[in-house]
Write a protein that binds this ligand. Sequence first.
Ligand code: SAH
Length: 347
Amino acid sequence: MDKKPLLGLSIEELEDLMRSRGMAGFRGRQLARWIYLRRVEDFSSMTDLPTKLRDELPEDHSVTGVRRLGTWVGSGGAATKHLVGLSDGAAVEAVVMRYSYGSSICLSTQVGCAYACPFCASGAEGLVRDLTVEEILGQWFIAQRHLDERNERISRLVYMGSGEPLANYDAVLRSMRLFHSEEGPGIGYRRMTLSTVGVVPGIEKLSAEGIPITLAVSLHAPNDYLRDRLVPANRSYPLGEVLDAASKYAADTGRRLTFEYAMIKGVNDHPDLARELAILLADIPCHVNLIPFNAVDGCEWIPSDPERIEEFEAILGRMGIGATVRRPLGHDIEGACGQLKRRHGEV
Ligand code: SAH
């Protein structure tokens, strides 16, 4: 039988686990410190635990349940991609981005993706399965351990890797609560962003959670006609419904929304579309992230010319919509937006 990883258990659950093994509850707190704060993977190094516990825990438990299969550094050190091996032989990718204000990790939430956006490599092979909460935390664990060597800390989380986070709702929400917890990594909700293709029931559910994370919606087009083509999920959740749910999220949480718009040459980058987008978003507290399109295998689209992107940004700005062009990171290691794909354990 697989050993149950301890990463992904809350402090209360660790305390209960210790009690169920005939130990005092505070041993759970000690374990949490070793795992979440010191990132020790080996029970024998947990020196303040009784020897009996150190010897017996590995029979039933592992610390993470994931393995680092490979690490690639790109963009002059600003992007690091880790290939994270899962217990069933599947693997997912997580990318750490270094900015002047600190490091962010882009987390995957599923192996593959069911939503089949034609320009995104993550969905090319369909959905394989949801990640568990310990596999989501495991990506952070591996990346943070790697940064520990440089005394750096991951201070932001973006749920923008492979998969649709709102289609794996419970594990994603639980991972956010664990990342936030004081005994865990202690990352503030305001430093977490969840990006969705626009799963309306998920956005509505998230509004009621009372956690002020940033919601990012992958828009890519200002009307249903074009969005149906770029984001097939639009046929189930049309633009109007997505924007209603997102606006309600903004009202309920007081958080400004982010809209992502990949700039694809000759497809969605005409200045008229910038004007249409500005009118569409006029009454919504939001910011638009323009993402220069990243080339992916099997899709012939190419990025818009830089002047087109600047013009698009300027039109939005003139019409009162804040927009920025996202700095492309990780191309050279296939770690940029849309390039994360299903990989297998062998490297
Ligand atoms: N399923 C979620 C999370 C994936 S996020 C979502 O759709 O939002 C990854 C972001 O990168 C999304 O905005 C996605 O539309 C965008 N993206 C995908 N492929 C891309 C590509 N080739 N170039 C630029 N952005 C891309």
